[in-house]
Design a protein around this ligand. Structure first.
Ligand code: PEP
Ligand code: MN
Length: 373
């Protein structure tokens, strides 16, 4: 079931989380048999962990970095499954990987962020997946590009894979941030809105990049109704060959999971009634906000026409500076976040300048430069 026109046939294949999150965990890379089996044994004691993940072929930035143990590691994975009963997930980047993974009884595949950026690679993978019946999890591309993510899901779905899921692992972004990859939650939320039947898993490890940042991100993911978590773990992260800083010991993972609150998606009648009242209030306020914005724009238009008649420039920096300072101080007194309000003011200002520019251009007279906006 999916209203999305291009992702047609989805099966809801992930178990319902109930009171405990659905967790995929395991090392960033399968390094050797001892590392994988020790980690898997410890993970299998945690009831939330249903799937063992491990990178077998690692996409590394530089050659000669550890590039994964390859097919040999698939045999360690098989051993881990036989011993612990955990299902298995590996990353695949080309049809040969798919073939090897299927031969070795892997239960689900994921496509990594570096592969998803390239439609040629994704199409090759889709062709390699045709006729198989394996669940496929598609990570978001490195870049914050929802269409590219959707396109990859669509290619895989068209190849007949209907047990699909998306993995949100954060995005490359050049703003300074404590996170390795900016979460940009609005992107996975929009994906869920567009394709409601698609399960979404949050890879908190690659978002955070550091284990001390994981807990609040995991809780936020659950509060935003993620369908599961992917969390890297290693029996001894300090000696991990890849992503050492973000991996957790299974014991630390146990603590993290115990700290999470899985909230209900809906409550009883009383709760729903009160929620509905508050939502109605929000709906009314939104209409008022839109009405106020529209009235503001009308005045902006009048000012634009007046300036034009009098041959005065659009942007008057002193006025704009005054608006910013004045509105930010009003906002601070009312408890509004400064960064949020600043962004909002800038957005409104930009739209206002745009309208005045259009007014100036109407008779072909160029605007000279642009505060009243
Ligand atoms: C991984 O899961 O180990 C990995 C390489 O992730 P990503 O593709 O999200 O960088
Ligand atoms: Mn990793």
């Amino acid at each position: 079931m999916s209203p999305h026109p291009h992702i047609e046939s989805l099966t809801n294949w992930l178990p319902d989380q109930g009171d405990t999150p659905f967790v995929i965990s395991g090392p960033c890379s399968a390094e050797n048999e001892h590392q994988l089996l020790t980690t898997a044994r410890e993970l299998s004691l945690l009831p939330e962990v249903k799937v063992l993940r491990a990178g077998i072929w690692k996409p590394r930035t530089r050659p000669n970095d550890f590039e994964g143990a390859g097919v040999e590691a698939l045999r360690w994975m098989q051993k881990a499954k036989a011993e612990t009963g955990l299902k298995l997930a590996v990353e695949v980047a080309n049809p040969a990987h798919v073939e090897e993974a299927l031969k070795h009884g892997i239960d689900m595949l994921w496509i990594g962020a570096r592969t998803v950026v390239n439609p040629f690679s994704v199409q090759e993978l889709a062709d390699g997946l045709r006729g198989t019946d394996i669940p496929v999890l598609v990570k978001n591309p490195l870049t914050p590009d929802l269409k590219l993510w959707l396109g990859a899901l669509e290619r895989i779905n068209r190849a007949g894979v209907h047990r699909l899921a998306a993995i949100h692992r954060g995005f490359h972004y050049f703003e300074k941030s404590p996170y390795r990859n900016a979460p940009m939650w609005e992107i996975p939320i929009e994906l869920k809105r567009l394709v409601p039947g698609l399960p979404l898993i949050t890879d908190i490890s690659h978002i955070c990049g550091r284990r001390d940042l994981l807990q609040p991100i995991a809780q936020k993911a659950l509060d935003l109704e993620t369908n599961g978590l992917m969390i890297e773990s290693h029996y001894n992260p300090d000696i991990a060959l890849t992503d050492a800083a973000q991996q957790l010991t299974p014991a630390a993972l146990k603590q993290l999971l115990a700290s999470l609150i899985v909230r209900q998606h809906s409550g009883g009648f009383e709760f729903e009634y009160k929620l509905e009242q508050m939502r109605t209030e929000i709906d009314k306020i939104d209409v008022e906000l839109i009405d106020l914005l529209s009235r503001r724009m009308q005045v902006v238009d009048e000012i634009g026409a007046y300036k034009k008649e009098n041959n005065i420039t659009i942007l008057q920096l002193k006025r704009w500076q005054h608006i910013i300072e004045d509105r930010l101080s009003i906002g601070a007194n009312l408890g509004l976040n400064r960064k949020f309000l600043l962004q909002l003011l800038e957005l409104v200002h930009e739209a206002s300048i745009q309208r005045q520019t259009e007014i100036f251009n109407r008779t072909g007279q160029p605007p000279t430069s642009s505060g009243d906006a």
